[in-house]
Design a protein around this ligand. Structure first.
Ligand code: YNC
Ligand code: MG
Length: 388
């Protein structure tokens, strides 16, 4: 059924429940000299290109490919619209490899028609920290679909990851492939219910009116927690300690050091927002919350073209109840003009979703590891990893 995925070192559906297979790498690394030195062959009208995300022109080409061809919802009403600044942030973390930012061009026109990326990450699985690639932004132009280009792109990124002596990867997808380590659900908290209803993102509930709906989702004008403020560069060491300690309880999570925290969590305008609670008495950093900015294009609506969405990222509560911390996060997101705040049911998110008036979305997000078996699927609450 999966002509390509059946050939890959991933957990196979036929092995689900087989307790004789050990957790950990499926295949051992091969000597680097045995890694294929030349790129895989593309159909002859196409050629490989390495995308230099430092270049304004290349970044704009990638942005436009994704804006027009990347992920849509099941009803084709919305399409992710990652900003150029976001793409630069997502693709240039500490130690990134330019060679993992892979494009395909039409030889004749030089038009960019496909893309796939990896970035390096240390991911902890139980008590082992594994160097991995996080694979994202796999996209084939709408006119080139179903021609088996995706398997070639996946094999090529795999080859380039292997050339850096890295043998595992993590990725998410909306489709079911062999085989998810966990399956998560998105939840949505309306911040601008009128717009969400007007564009068909949500509906006026049974026995509800527009004005009652607006009242239901109303939030205070400013955060309630004393000492709640934006994260700054000087907070990196304290946030790293807080986050490392928090993430250690999950079965799978990133192993963040201070450089990673500075890159992934220090606020970047229009890309990632982070707040923390500094105790007014002790000046201790006790709590942390963050979200990233990922708008969606609204397809074929007369009045609106963009849905402004915030996505819950990493949140840590030690003193402030998580519910209160996340309510403050909703308040600042509302103040910044977001229409909706999205969160997965990962980590401890279940504990606040219903109470803070998030509603379950349709469509699921499956998490996968490449060349690393986990015999028993995790519960979403056992996962401490958010991919972009
Ligand atoms: C997908 N999302 O099953 P089988 S998520 C992985 N991830 O193979 P074709 C996928 N595989 O089943 P199309 C996939 N979607 O026959 C499809 N596949 O074994 C598999 N959409 O290829 C599929 N972006 O080229 C099948 O299909 C084979 O032309 C079919 O292209 C697919 O970024 C795609 O949703 C997704 O642009 C490119 O539909 C296209 O349809 C598209 O005939 C809209 O492909 C955008 C979209 C996907 C977002 C993402 C994560 C990707 C992970 C890739 C796997 C990485 C593995 C680890 C590599 C490093 C290893 C090391 C070390
Ligand atoms: Mg194709």
């Amino acid at each position: 059924r999966h002509k390509f995925w059946e050939t890959q070192p991933v957990g196979q559906f036929k092995d689900v429940g087989d307790t004789s297979l050990p957790d950990g790498p499926i295949e051992p690394p091969t000597p680097l000299s045995e890694v294929k030195q030349e790129p895989y062959n593309l159909p002859s009208p196409y050629e490989w290109t390495t995308c230099d995300m430092d270049s304004e022109d290349t970044c704009a080409e990638v942005y436009n490919l994704l804006k027009n061809n990347y992920v849509e919802d099941d009803e084709n009403m919305f399409r992710f619209n990652y900003s150029k600044e976001f793409l630069r942030w997502a693709l240039r973390p500490p130690g990134y490899y330019k060679s993992w930012h892979i494009g395909v061009r039409a030889k004749a026109s030089k038009k960019l028609v496909a893309f796939i990326t990896g970035v390096p990450a240390r991911i902890r699985v139980r008590d082992e920290v594994v160097k991995m690639a996080e694979i994202n932004f796999l996209c084939v132009h709408k006119k080139l679909r179903s021609k088996r280009l995706a398997p070639v792109m996946i094999k090529e990124v795999t080859r380039r990851v292997h050339l850096e002596n890295i043998w595992q990867a993590a990725y998410t997808a909306g489709v079911i492939l062999p085989t998810p380590i966990t399956t998560c659900q998105y939840w949505h908290r309306s911040l601008n219910p009128k717009k969400l209803i007007d564009v068909g993102f949500s509906r006026v509930g049974a026995r509800m009116t527009m004005s009652r709906t607006i009242k239901l989702y109303k939030l205070p004008d400013s955060p309630a927690t004393p000492g709640f403020r934006k994260m700054e560069l000087r907070d990196v060491p304290a946030v790293t300690r807080l986050l490392r300690n928090y993430l250690s309880q999950f079965i799978v999570s990133p192993d963040f050091d201070e450089n990673d925290v500075e890159h992934w969590l220090l606020p970047t305008e229009g890309v990632v927002d982070s707040y923390l609670v500094e105790s007014p008495e002790t000046h201790e950093i006790t709590d942390f919350c963050s979200f990233y900015t990922l708008p969606s294009s609204i397809l074929g609506n007369q009045n609106y073209s963009v849905l402004k969405a915030a996505y819950s990222y990493y949140n840590v509560s030690t003193k402030t109840p998580l519910l209160q911390l996340m309510n403050d996060s909703l308040i600042v997101a509302k103040q910044k003009g977001f229409d909706v705040f999205n969160a997965l049911d990962v980590m401890h998110n279940e504990s606040f979703l219903k109470e803070l008036k998030f509603g379950p979305g349709d469509g699921q997000l499956h998490y996968y590891l490449y060349n690393y078996r986990i015999r028993n699927a995790l519960r979403p609450s056992e996962l401490g990893l958010v991919l972009l």
